[in-house]
Design a protein around this ligand. Sequence first.
Ligand code: SF4
Ligand code: FES
Length: 375
Amino acid sequence: MAPASPLPAPLGLLAELTHRCPLACPYCSNPLALEGRADELSTDHWARVFREAAEMGVLQIHLSGGEPASRRDLVEIAAAAHEAGLYTNLITSAIGLDAARLERLAADGLDHVQLSIQDVEPDSSDRIAGYRGAHARKLAFAERVVGLGMALTINAVIHRANIGRVTALVELAASLGAGRVEVAHAQYHGWALRNRNALMPTREQVYRAMDEVEQLRPRYAGRLAIDLVVPDYYANQPKPCMGGWARRSLNVTPSGRVLPCHAAETIPGLEFWSVRDRPLAEIWARSPAFQAFRGTDWMPEPCRSCDRREIDFGGCRCQALALTGNAAATDPACALSPHHALMLELAGQGSAGSPTEYAYRGRAREDEVIPTPAH
Ligand code: SF4
Ligand code: FES
């Protein structure tokens, strides 16, 4: 049901240019069923989406994937976002982006680069990414980004294999010249949900890592912003996932389906509209999927009468579905959820498990798969 107040404009649009990727990270947020190249939107489609987004009031475009560099027309797509007047951010693994292409991106108006780093130890980093030699290429890439004068953020996804090296990851980001580092614990959707038992750290590890970040902040104040995303499984209050469903941002899949969040397609019964068929503004305002959980009218108790309902918007719909079977339930990360104990139990089971092989995200080259190390 539509909210009573006027519909705010989205601030950001995540453009999933492709699901193709040379890496195979076991916590990838892409869906288990990846979309194929034949279904991808064209350069012209994306240019139209960016123009419409700018007209709606969107300020930032995040070019993502998969690996966006797997698109041969990445430079043209980024230029189209820039021409539409949007702050343009590239989220990349660096693989497939050589110096010449990066220079063209910088010349054509790319504003910001977010580079994923899997670990500080090259062997572990490559093992997590499922790609030999990736780590060394990332370090060289970061140097080129900074050399071209672009803003750099390091994305470090934290899980059981690297949680003991949070300080070293932040130090690495600083040494690369990043202005920001995101220390983001894996969020259990998509491939991460499938790999939950191989990725889940213990409660003690999580609290130690959070302490480390707090100690690092004053050391890097004014030089390196450190963002921390804590894991829901050890929380008592949920995050306002996506800033609230259909409230601040939207995702466009490689084939053009418009989603309120990257995992929304896991929710059965939602109807997603496509930019191939309708203008973006109409989708934002009227798409059944966006209307499903917008605002607070859909909420059950305890959210309905809770004074945090317009702060966290009941948490994450996709997590509620994954853990309770009901996307309209209170997120089990909330201590008031009747399912909160289940979440703690699952966290304990996962973190206590013996070392498990990763189920690597869908990939093309089996010879690059490297087994998970013992912990
Ligand atoms: Fe948030 Fe609902 Fe929990 Fe209140 S009951 S804190 S609104 S998830
Ligand atoms: Fe879908 Fe949180 S990932 S609402």
